[in-house]
Ligand binder design. Structure first.
Ligand SMILES: [Zn+2]
Length: 48
């Protein structure tokens, strides 16, 4: 399972609604809306 970096939900990689590659890493999202938020400000979401 992967963690949706936007809403922190766990996402099954095979069933993810959307995914994005950023700086060599693949991120999975529960919904297309989360991917859109991520792509606007990826740094905001990958910084922990
Ligand atoms: Zn999400």
């Amino acid at each position: 399972m992967a963690i949706d970096p936007v809403c922190k939900m766990t996402v099954n990689e095979e069933k993810a609604a959307a995914k994005a590659d950023y700086k060599g890493k693949t991120y999975y999202f529960c919904a297309k809306g989360c991917k859109e938020k991520f792509e606007k400000e990826p740094e905001k979401y990958i910084r922990r």
